[in-house]
Design a protein. Structure first.
Length: 462
């Protein structure tokens, strides 16, 4: 009898291995990951943990056999880790297949005395860093908005914060209130789904368009800023009535001179500008399985002068997600190559055997090393003498760009505060992208938030 049972278990284990390993790619390709929910009567959902073993989500079985999913950090990881009841969101959705699949054989679980009809699903080890995530969460404070922190040379996402947030532990109780709250849209992951005007952070791409249309030679560029530029009946002004005077391209960038950039816009080939924006994934999906919105870039050959000028300074119809802005900044930091962003470091069985690991992969080379070098130099100047000087008195170097993105919704106007940048400029460590809704200028709000995150990173000794 014993012999027969053992044989049966081996067969089942063999079947599970076949199903999981051999069929896996096929099933993943079918994409309908929630199909795996039919496994819930056989498998206890795996945990989401960080590389240092911090548990972000885990399932416990109650005495009556029901299961409870717990999120120890409550609101801090809310959007990126997501939830697994009332539908699924965040990594709970993106990694659902892995969490509801077990590579630990039934035989193994019986051997370990774990036999209770159900087997334990695999654990998903994520790239998120609790120190950085908490720093970003508290630095954003009570602002609505988002923060993304990533490694430019690997594509690893270290932190992703969105506010207003929610407590995934009580999502079922609060569901009705939250889905009907259009004012806060707390369930929306603003980092990946929030579409914002990029404001002056977009001057990174406008500058690149200028460089590419002028054979990377910008020494001949000069502009005399008188504080405003009018073409037909549209007038673009520099922030706060500033008059920047004589500028080269680098000082125009560092001062975030709207007038100079509106003028650059008028002289760009719109078709080529649009091609560049689309190469950088505007009007396209980002290379990630995490739910996100596509950024929007509308300029084309027939666009009016006014729209051309506002687009060049990051206003107009252009919309971007904070995650996308982080990726664009990463491309500069990484010498022109955009890495594929990722959240899952590896998949492990419940008892720690590695099932699979993510290897960093390049999405594409989007600009030359030389162009990335020029943009880095300009972004360094922004921190040294321009709108990002609050970051220049740190124990680390930063290259960045601020943005003050003006918007109008139903007659109400306001200014969102942006910062994108990277630290340890010569060998970049991390990229930080911040947007604080209604935070005013970039230097006012987003820069101090970014500084708190860079500080936390270096204080932790990374
Ligand atoms: Zn100016």
């Amino acid at each position: 009898m014993t012999y027969v049972f053992a044989f049966m278990f081996l067969l089942m284990a063999g079947y599970l291995i076949y199903f999981n390993v051999v069929k896996r790619d096929e099933i993943n390709a079918n994409a309908n990951n929630t199909k795996q929910d039919s496994q819930s009567d056989k498998i206890i959902r795996g945990s989401i943990v960080t590389d240092d073993g911090t548990v972000l989500a885990s399932t416990s079985v109650n005495s009556d056999g029901t299961e409870t999913r717990t999120y120890p950090y409550e609101n801090v990881f809310a959007h990126v880790v997501g939830y697994a009841s009332n539908g699924k969101a965040g990594l709970e959705a993106a990694a659902n297949y892995d969490l509801m699949t077990s590579h630990s054989s039934l035989l193994n679980q019986i051997k370990n005395g774990e036999n209770n009809e159900k087997i334990k699903g695999d654990n998903v080890v994520v790239t998120l860093n609790p120190v950085i995530q908490q720093a970003a969460y508290y630095a954003l404070g009570s602002y609505k908005g988002a923060v993304v922190v990533m490694e430019p040379d690997s594509g690893k996402i270290l932190a992703m914060v969105s506010k207003p947030d929610f407590n995934p532990n009580t999502i079922s109780e609060e569901w009705e209130t939250m889905v009907s709250d259009d004012t806060n849209s707390s369930l929306l992951n603003r980092a990946a789904q929030g579409l914002y005007p990029p404001g002056s952070t977009f001057k990174i791409l406008t500058t690149l368009a200028y460089l590419q249309q002028n054979n990377d030679i910008y020494s001949g560029f000069s502009f005399d800023c008188t504080g405003s530029l009018t073409q037909n009946d549209v007038t673009i002004t520099c922030y706060n009535g500033n008059v920047h005077g004589a500028e080269d391209l680098k000082t125009a960038f560092a001062h975030s001179c709207n007038t100079a950039f509106a003028n650059i816009g008028l002289n760009l080939d719109n078709g080529a500008f649009r091609k560049l924006a689309e190469k950088f994934l505007f009007n396209n999906s980002l290379p990630t399985s995490l739910t996100h919105s596509d950024s929007v870039f509308k300029l084309d050959k027939d666009t009016s002068y006014g729209e051309v000028m506002t687009t060049a300074i990051g206003q107009g119809d252009t919309l971007v997600t904070p995650l996308h802005m982080a990726l664009i900044t990463s491309t500069v930091a990484n010498g022109g190559i955009m890495m594929t962003p990722y959240y899952v470091e590896r998949i492990e069985t419940y008892d720690g055997d590695v099932v699979s690991e993510t290897r960093p992969s390049a999405y594409k080379e989007l600009m030359s090393t030389q162009e990335a070098g020029i943009l880095t130099d300009f972004m360094k100047e922004t921190v040294n003498s321009g709108t990002g000087t609050a970051l220049s008195y740190s124990g680390y170097s930063v290259a960045g760009k601020t943005g003050s993105a003006e918007y109008e919704t139903n007659g109400v106007t306001g200014t969102h505060s942006w910062f994108v940048g990277f630290s340890n400029v010569d060998d970049p460590d991390i990229v930080v992208a911040v947007i604080a809704e209604d935070g005013g200028t970039g230097s006012q709000t987003a820069v101090p938030i970014a500084k708190a995150i860079f500080d936390a990173y270096y204080n932790a000794g990374y």
